[in-house]
Design a binder for this molecule. Structure first.
Ligand SMILES: Cc1ncc(C[n+]2csc(CCOP(=O)(O)OP(=O)(O)O)c2C)c(N)n1
Ligand SMILES: [Mg+2]
Length: 818
């Protein structure tokens, strides 16, 4: 418990001087006898081979991009190719020190890392495993191409497989490593530990941290490397990731058996440039990138600058750092200096640097230097090097011919892309071990208190149940989450204030006593990294629930939600799953930055499921659904609803397990004259509207609660509109761009012939949310819905409007943008 660690003024007010650990720079000294003992002759030759293969592979791509041909093969590649010519030693040295179980995540410039890691893993795997991975991958499709390129043994076949799978992916072919859906910037091959590469600068930092959390929490072997660029040090999520990875709690509060901090190495391939912005002396102020480690934790992240133009220096550093990480003493930061001879992309004219500077680095070329070293030490001869280069080129020519063959190497069709947007599976648990608990759930105080509650809003006599006796919406969420914690040992939850505080709105209260820190923990206030680490955790094979206190903080985690959570299942062609539930609460009372319903933003992004329960029954059934699925769910909860009881299900909320059918809206009240569709807490205002329509105007309204944003079955709404001929929709999201406009438009299309009046959407005003005392000016009120019906759908007899909801007013507001 943090309570055990007193924040003591007597200590904290003492005067003194903070000593910062010194940070080594380029300390490696070549020592051939150690090197030959460590890597063997074969290991040293393999490093040179891999550097040459990467150089030739990327030179080929450069030639294809700039001249449309290479070695007599013509091809027009429309997509990107961010090359790392000049940087080969850095990726090869790193891979040499890693095992197949170690993961690397990378960036837009990661062809070299993919090849290096896969070559290294293929050499280190036992032949049986290697063969079975290649045979099993895409039902042997990639391997069948690899077999068409000449090879003498399994190692040579594996080389064909790696070169072909990567190149076919870059050229968007169905037989590529992710069926062409990732392409150059997102290619990867997980079975060899080459994990997703990211086109968002710095995007891999928090995802890799989540993958390291997965390894730590689930006791999986190996470490995780986040390969990112020097310029990514300017990105918030990179700092968030380093912060999350450095939290003291791994050592102070997590059970010792958990093994310490997540094994993550933040490796910055420091080529001194962003695209054209020079990080050294222009766009950053760190001077030496490795300095940053000193600001993050007391160990200075074991930070070190290493010469990335020497593969042996890099391999040595990574091996030393891996040891630290396996001991749970991470995270680690490496400033691996390197230089790209090539432009940022083939169209880059290098206007931001001088030719002299490029020449200086070319004179230090790592392949020239390393091959000269191996020749000098008699590991190989000059002609051996040339034979090696020629053999690589021969393979590459065959690979290029095959992967550009339009007839034999096709692309996937639209139906395939559609089929991988979601995985739509049900998984009870992602591991078979016993889930860790501090106490049996049956002994948990919250569980016991819930057992004594009335599971409906009204008692047997129909009288309202008092709040403290009533089973509430937050209890329903708790019950579903506790259930899954007891079944799936991989399930872990984190976010701000998740432990003693009980989660932002007390959904988790009681879980602190039940779960060890390694299953439920407080994170730093790092919304990007909270979600991003959830992505890494989920795609590595575990199930996670992360919490954002307020929907408004989706902005802080914007890239992670919109570009990462949403896209990795489909960009991986369905090879990765994303069992990640992101809980967000929709607020009120706290003004403009804590009260927004942003369901529409989520609805707009393909690849996300979005649920929004408005009753305790649904809260439990939909959380159960989210926590057994394999797709990412953005789970909206309204703060107005956390303490309500069940008002619709006659038997209240069941104690046992059940799921709500995905995508199905719920009819809350039958009616025949008008359909009212709601999303979220407006359901209860709509029920009041229905009552008034009935009592005052003799109209029966059908009330439908959408519950789901995506996926969504329109049949229920269309059938209702066929019956009523009229439709009004209401939610607390601001009117402009509300998701309800999408629903309105689709229903208009699907049920046009049945509509007797235009469809109307009622939302919050297109303003900031004002003070709590003024919220009635902003959020849709019962009268707004009634007046809208009267003015725009069906005049209500003797109705006296109290607000302005006319077409003219709608046009006026739109004209002014308010
Ligand atoms: C968030 C984000 N901002 C900007 C870009 C455009 N962009 C692509 S690469 C790049 C430079 C990245 O530099 P660095 O991180 O040092 O990696 P390097 O390209 O040098 O390997 C930029 C600005 C992007 N892809 N993502
Ligand atoms: Mg850079």
């Amino acid at each position: 418990m943090p309570k055990s660690m007193t924040v003591d003024p007597a200590d904290l007010r003492k005067s003194g001087v903070l000593k910062i650990p010194s940070i080594p720079m380029n300390q490696y000294k070549r020592n051939f006898s150690t090197e030959i003992a460590t890597y063997g002759k074969d290991g040293l030759v393999a490093m040179l081979h891999d550097m040459i293969a990467i150089r030739e592979f990327e030179s080929m791509l450069n030639s294809i991009k700039t001249t449309g041909a290479w070695n007599g093969v013509e091809y027009n590649h429309k997509g990107p190719a961010h090359l790392s010519l000049g940087q080969e030693a850095a990726s090869v040295g790193q891979a040499a020190a890693l095992d197949p179980d170690d993961f690397i995540f990378g960036s837009h410039r990661s062809h070299g890392e993919i090849l290096a890691k896969c070559f290294s893993a293929a050499r280190k795997l036992d032949p049986k495993s290697l063969e079975s991975i290649m045979k099993g991958f895409l039902d042997g499709e990639t391997l069948r191409f690899a077999e068409r390129i000449s090879y003498g043994n399994l190692a040579s076949l594996a080389e064909n497989f790696i070169l072909f799978g990567t190149m076919a992916e870059i050229f968007a072919r169905k037989s590529g490593f992710t069926r062409g859906l990732g392409g150059s910037m997102h290619a990867f091959f997980a079975p060899f530990g080459s994990m997703p590469n990211n086109a968002i600068v710095g995007g891999s930092a928090d995802i890799a941290t989540g993958s390291a959390l997965y390894k730590r929490i689930n006791k999986k072997p190996g470490i995780v490397v986040s390969n990112i660029g020097d310029a990514s040090m300017g990105c918030g999520p990179v700092w968030e990731a380093m912060t999350l990875a450095s939290m003291d709690q791994y050592r102070t509060l997590w059970p010792e058996s958990a093994g310490g901090a997540p094994p993550i190495l933040f490796n910055f391939f420091n080529n001194f440039y962003g695209m054209g912005g020079q990080t050294l002396g222009e766009t950053m102020g760190y001077g030496v990138l490795a300095r940053v480690g000193a600001g993050v934790n007391a160990d200075a992240m074991h930070s070190e600058r290493v010469d990335g133009y020497d593969p042996l220096a890099v391999a040595d550093a990574v091996a030393r750092k891996k040891k630290i990480l396996l001991e749970g003493r991470g995270p680690v930061l490496l400033d691996t200096i390197t230089y790209r001879i090539s432009g940022h992309s083939p169209s880059d004219a290098s206007s931001y640097r001088t030719k002299d500077e490029v020449d200086l680095w070319q004179k230090n070329d790592s392949i020239e230097d390393f091959s000269a070293y191996l020749v000098k030490k008699k590991v190989m001869s000059k002609s051996d090097v040339e034979t090696m280069r020629a053999a690589v080129d021969e393979k590459l020519t065959a690979v290029l011919k095959l992967s550009t063959n339009e007839a034999e190497c096709p692309r996937v069709d639209g139906a395939f892309i559609e089929s991988v947007m979601f995985s739509n599976q049900k998984v009870e648990k992602f591991d078979s071990r016993e889930p860790e608990f501090l106490q049996p759930l049956s002994e948990n105080a919250r569980v016991k208190s819930i057992a004594g509650k009335i599971r409906k809003a009204t008692d047997a006599e129909g009288k309202p149940v008092s709040k403290n006796k009533m089973y509430q919406y937050r209890d329903a969420l708790f019950e579903a989450i506790a259930h899954r914690f007891a079944i799936d040992p991989t399930l872990a939850a984190w976010g701000e204030e998740n432990r003693d505080w009980g989660g932002a709105f007390a959904v988790y209260r009681g879980l602190t006593e039940a779960l060890p820190y390694n299953r439920l923990f407080n994170s730093s206030i790092s919304e990007g990294a909270i979600v991003g680490s959830g992505v890494g955790y989920a795609l590595s094979g575990g199930r996670a629930i992360v919490e954002l206190m307020y929907c408004d903080f989706l902005g802080r985690a914007g890239d992670e939600i919109f570009n990462q959570v949403a896209k990795w299942q489909s960009m991986s062609a369905g090879l990765l799953k994303m069992p990640l539930t992101v809980r967000v609460s929709v607020g009120n009372k706290y003004g403009a930055q804590h009260s927004q319903d942003w369901a529409a933003l989520v609805a707009h992004i393909p690849g996300l499921k979005a649920y929004f329960p408005s009753t305790p029954y649904d809260a439990k059934g939909m959380m159960n659904l989210a926590l057994r699925g394999t797709d990412p769910v953005i789970f909206f909860e309204s703060q107005l609803l956390y303490d309500i009881g069940e008002q619709f299900e006659p038997n209240g909320v069941p104690e046992g397990y059940y799921e709500i059918p995905e995508g199905e809206p719920a009819i809350r009240k039958q009616g025949k004259d008008i359909t009212i569709v709601t999303l979220g807490a407006t359901l209860y205002r709509a029920m009041d509207v229905a009552k008034t329509l009935e009592e005052k105007y003799g109209l029966s309204a059908e009330v439908i609660d959408l519950r789901f944003v995506a996926p969504l079955n329109y049949n229920v709404i269309v059938e209702s509109v066929k019956k009523t001929g009229r439709l009004v929709l209401a939610s607390d999201a601001v009117e402009r761009g509300s998701f309800l406009h999408t629903v309105a438009s689709n229903v208009q299309t699907l049920a046009f012939d049945y509509l007797d009046a235009p469809v109307a959407v009622v939302g919050s005003r297109n303003w900031i949310t004002p003070a709590a005392e003024q919220e009635a000016l902003f959020f849709p009120q019962k009268e707004w819905i009634l007046d809208t019906i009267h003015e725009r759908i069906l005049p209500l007899k003797d109705h006296v409007v109290t607000t302005v909801q006319t077409n003219g007013e709608l046009a006026r507001r739109a004209r002014l943008g308010v």
